[in-house]
Design a protein around this ligand. Structure first.
Ligand code: AMP
Ligand code: MG
Length: 408
């Protein structure tokens, strides 16, 4: 029986929730980039922490302006000044700079462009309203407010806000430990001459290492394991004792030398799925000891698609991230016809672009075989074609899912 893609994804995410609670650690604000908050961040101060001027101009009382549009200048306030002992006579105005504290009894700041200066007095040319150009205390962040929720991936703008609060370190979840290994007698490590006629380079392990590093995981690279039951078992035991998640590629389909399957069956509780998705039908998922296990199909395109679509959300949940953001997906016209067999959800690689009429349209990258790695190279999105859909003609509407930063 084929599992639908949604069923497979649901089962992966469900089992992630049953995994032991994550450990946390304190890191500096600088090192917190792209890490996940392990607790809410509460603001220790108001930002701004005092009323201050948004402009270079003049601080005024509205009552004084009612009396006269010409007010003598009584002094100046600069950013960083302490105004506790400020003396400001009635019927005068104060020169004030951007970011300088605004006196309590000032009603507004008038920008200098709306005034005229003569000797030591200022003429106010515009209508002035209470509160003009005053940045109020706590207007950006209130003291005691939850500024960042638990489970948030920290971006540069968020960390920048935390810097305005004076926060210098944060509690984040520890990095997820992920062990990777490749299986297959045909595999040669990159950088070495191919080891025979039927040999190929072990590109998947390299790709997985990049993907996991980008997802901020700690990678335990166990290398290439030969198609040998004892060797595979040994490697899987080592992997599961060191990592939270073990990922292999190859050896989960129905080939004769696929000892991975036999090894997994004796070591853990693994389900061998046939998922109604293309590429990426064979997929193994379960547990070995305390570690979760994902066995990805060996063809490089299948490895990449199943990692992106299934393993990526699993890793986000396992890393403590709240899965709130939905992927950016929408419908758009396809500019070329596409062959599609009914029965599986297709993740074709597409190029979303603006045509000569200024409209968005999508084309496929050409050949879509699960061994055509170049099908990914020019792509910026998946064209997601429904399981029960057949061939697609030029001009039909199709679902497009823009690549997130993992593939950029
Ligand atoms: P398998 O599922 O082991 O039968 O592998 C399916 C296809 O993927 C075969 O053509 C393998 O040679 C290829 N393959 C398996 N592992 C890797 C790998 N680590 N890197 C690149 N190709 C691989
Ligand atoms: Mg194999």
């Amino acid at each position: 029986m084929l599992l639908t893609f949604q069923q497979a994804k649901q089962q992966l995410l469900q089992s992630a929730l049953t995994i032991k609670s994550l450990h946390s650690e304190k890191v500096t604000l600088f090192d917190a980039l792209e890490r996940i908050t392990a607790e809410p961040v509460i603001s220790p101060i108001n930002v701004p922490s005092f009323d201050n001027s948004a402009m270079d101009g003049y601080a005024v009382r509205l009552a004084d302006l009612k009396q006269s549009k010409l007010l003598p200048l009584a002094g100046a306030i600069f950013a960083g000044d302490d105004i506790n002992n400020l003396h400001w006579p009635q019927g005068t105005c104060l020169r004030i700079m951007t970011g300088a504290p605004v006196p309590n009894d000032a009603d507004a700041v008038v920008m200098q462009e709306q005034t005229e200066k003569s000797d030591l007095a200022i003429t106010f040319l515009s209508n002035v309203k209470a509160g003009d150009n005053i940045r109020r205390i706590g207007e950006d962040v209130k003291k005691g407010a939850i500024t960042v929720n638990k489970g948030t991936k920290l971006t540069i703008p968020t960390l920048s806000t935390l810097a305005t609060l004076g926060i210098s370190d944060l509690v984040v979840f520890k990095k997820l430990k992920v062990a990777i290994l490749s299986t297959g007698d045909e595999l040669t490590p990159i950088g070495q001459p191919l080891s025979g006629n039927g040999a190929i380079y072990d590109s998947n392990r390299f790709t997985l290492k990049l993907l996991l590093t980008k997802l901020n995981c700690e990678v335990i690279d166990l290398g290439i394991i030969a198609d040998d039951l004892t060797e595979i078992k040994k490697a899987l035991i080592t992997a599961s004792s060191q990592a939270d998640l073990v990922i292999t590629s190859g050896g989960v389909s129905v080939g004769d030398a696929d000892y991975t399957k036999t090894a997994l069956e004796t070591l853990g509780q693994i389900n061998f799925w046939k998922i109604a998705m293309k590429p990426g039908k064979p997929f193994a998922f379960g547990k070995i000891g305390n570690a979760l296990f994902c066995g990805l199909p060996g063809n490089p395109v299948s490895t990449l698609v199943t990692f992106y679509q299934l393993v990526q959300p699993l890793i986000l949940v396992l890393s403590g991230q709240q899965l709130t953001s939905i992927d950016l997906s929408f419908k758009v016209k396809i500019a070329t016809s596409v062959k599609k067999r009914i029965g599986r959800l297709d993740f074709q690689r597409g190029i979303l672009q603006i045509n000569k009429q200024g409209e968005l349209e999508v084309t496929t990258t050409g050949q879509q075989g699960s061994h055509i790695t170049q099908s990914f190279n020019q792509a910026n999105c998946f064209i997601v074609l429904e399981q029960d859909r057949g061939n697609v003609s030029e001009g039909e509407m199709v679902n497009v899912e823009l690549f997130n930063t993992l593939l950029k």
